[in-house]
Design a protein around this ligand. Structure first.
Ligand SMILES: Cc1ncc(COP(=O)(O)O)c(C=O)c1O
Length: 402
């Protein structure tokens, strides 16, 4: 599909899903629970801010955002992660992104050397994973090292289990918390171990925390919080955040990257070449969204309600778990691909086989893919749709013994 260093990328998860389901007639009106598209209601203040700044589409926006945006983004980072005012300098340690994905894609380019420890640099990533990571790693010329996240490892990758020879070549590690697809959250010990490895082997942590404000009980501990508490700074850390999930505004394409001052300076230089500026009216609306919590609290309550419904309907299934964060059910069904096909054929329900977000750990052995026995179910529709669809899903899975 792609030439050169991207040639080893398989078709995207959604292309694989289309190949599986599109040749088959859906057994009912189609309900898509496959895409994690939050479909939030756009708060009035967002619309108003964009309208008020529309004339600024006539100007090139600055790569580091407006002063108003930097203050709003920094204010949220401080409040959300319990950081003192002096923890970071908004002028150099915070940058706007065109959504987290854009920043996650460019990040490997600023940390990947030609060689590390005498070999090809490696970048670690969880398996299963958000697909952008692997594409970014390959594009930057590094070797992707897929680290499985099994139920036994708390649905997070056990980076410490890697051989020393790999860790020595490691230039960076992606970690997602709360994680997509499993909704697992990294606790203090997890972050401590990861930063310990980063310090020992001199690599950067890319903390994808775009679901940081979507949680069921306690707010997930942030990488910024732990790193600052332990070291008084953010060395070897870039932390990524998004209004797509927090505010249910994926179409705004607006995120934050914050962290280590040196890395941020390099990132800013690269971004000046690549040019992913955020338009000024979008920055104005983003500043308002980072400054407001009321819409986020309401948003979070909607997800809690959906998970309560999911628990009521599917809670007696073996292996059912309500995730700690994010908005996906990671449902164990035996064979995720077969289950997805059955749900489609019998009821028109579209879910993503977990395997399409992962990689086989032993090539040619489907079961060695940590996503093999799961389906990912996005709880992003309205409550009555979710309720009716999960009831139907429960019946079909139970009947098939999945
Ligand atoms: C784990 C993860 N990271 C990053 C993103 C990108 O989000 P955005 O670019 O909308 O901020 C997503 C979106 O689904 C995601 O699930």
């Amino acid at each position: 599909m792609f030439p050169g260093r991207l040639a080893q990328l398989p078709p995207s998860s959604f292309a694989q899903l289309a190949s599986l389901l599109d040749p088959v007639k859906p057994g009912g009106p189609v309900v898509s629970l496959s895409v994690g598209d939050p479909r939030g209601v756009v708060p009035a203040f967002v619309t108003e801010r964009i309208a008020a700044q529309v004339h600024q589409f006539g100007e090139y926006p600055p790569i580091n955002g407006t002063a108003e945006w930097r203050q709003a983004a920094s204010g949220w980072l401080r409040r959300r992660f319990g950081l003192p005012a002096k923890a970071f300098d908004p002028e150099v340690q915070v940058l706007p992104l065109n959504g987290t994905r854009e920043g996650l894609f460019l990040a490997p380019f600023i940390v990947t050397p030609e060689r590390k420890a005498g070999g090809r640099p490696a970048i670690l990533l969880p398996n299963p994973f958000y697909q952008c990571y692997a594409a970014a790693i390959l594009a930057a010329g590094a070797e992707p090292v897929f680290v499985p996240a099994w139920a036994e490892t708390g649905f997070l990758p056990d980076f410490a289990s890697l051989p020393k020879s790999v860790l020595e070549r490691t230039a960076a590690a992606y970690i997602c918390s709360p994680s997509n697809p499993e909704g697992a959250v990294a606790g203090a010990d997890y972050w401590r171990t990861l930063f310990g490895l980063a310090d020992t082997y001199d690599f950067t942590v890319f903390a994808d925390e775009c679901y940081a404000d979507i949680y069921l009980n306690e707010p997930p501990l942030g990488a910024l919080t732990l790193r600052f508490e332990e070291t008084g700074g953010f060395s070897r850390l870039l932390s990524f955040h998004s209004l797509s999930k927090r505010s249910g505004l994926p179409g705004l394409r607006s995120g934050i990257v914050a962290g280590d001052a040196g890395l941020m300076a390099t990132f800013r230089s690269l971004r000046n070449y690549a040019g992913p500026q955020v338009p000024m009216p979008i920055m104005a609306a983003s500043a308002a969204a980072w400054s407001d919590e009321a819409h986020v609290i309401a948003n979070r309550e909607l997800y809690r309600e959906r998970f309560r419904v999911a628990h009521r309907i599917l809670g007696n299934r073996t292996g059912f778990r309500v995730p700690e964060g994010g908005f996906f059910l990671w449902l164990e069904v035996g064979n995720g691909e077969e289950a997805a096909l059955r749900l489609w054929r019998e009821a028109g329900i579209r879910v993503l086989p977990g395997a399409y977000m992962g990689r086989e750990t032993e090539p040619g052995k489907k079961q060695s893919n940590p996503g093999f026995s799961y389906i990912r179910v996005a709880l992003v529709s309205d409550l009555s749709t979710i309720s009716a669809t999960l009831e139907r899903m429960g019946e079909i899975l139970a009947r098939s013994g999945a």
